[in-house]
Ligand binder design. Structure first.
Ligand code: DQA
Length: 145
């Protein structure tokens, strides 16, 4: 089984970007932790980060028939990208929306997600560990389906 982990704009800057909001953990650290967990559970992960909406959409389309689940932090696209939402809507595997910060405690524009209504579930505010919880959930739910 393969899982797609997609990170949107500015998440390549984790570690130095607003560490009081997003913590000191880098995206490479997160990907390493997820790789370790995936290896322990016998699955493979494809990691993609892009600052470009079209690349994120292309990636979703390219993986839609081969992935067993999508874990996505769309960054600011969360709040307004109907194009990413539509790309995800066409996929029939579990989709977990992850946010490092608790977007509901922040500025009002972050309170609305255009992705959430078509996602299987959402994790927000658990820091970088939210990605690991998302991975465990996808694998547990698939195993018990
Ligand atoms: C974020 C929250 C978004 O509002 C923001 O634009 C991000 C990161 C998070 O992980 O908390 O880039 O998705």
């Amino acid at each position: 089984m393969r899982i797609l982990v997609l990170n949107g704009p500015n998440l390549n800057m984790l570690g130095t970007r607003e560490p009081h909001v997003y913590g000191a953990t880098t995206l490479a650290d997160i990907e390493q932790a997820m790789s370790d967990r995936a290896a322990a559970r016998g699955v493979d992960i494809d990691f993609v980060q892009s600052n470009h909406e079209g690349v994120i959409i292309d990636t979703i389309q390219q993986h839609q028939h081969t992935t067993g689940g999508i874990i996505i932090n769309p960054g600011a696209f969360t709040h307004y990208s109907y194009a990413i939402r539509d790309a995800l809507s066409a996929v029939s595997v579990p989709i977990i929306e992850v946010h490092i910060s608790n977007v509901y405690k922040r500025e009002p524009f972050r309170h609305h997600s255009v992705i959430a209504p078509i996602a299987t579930g959402q994790i927000a505010g658990l820091g970088w560990r939210g990605y690991l919880h998302a991975l465990d959930w996808v694998l547990d739910s698939t195993a018990n389906a």
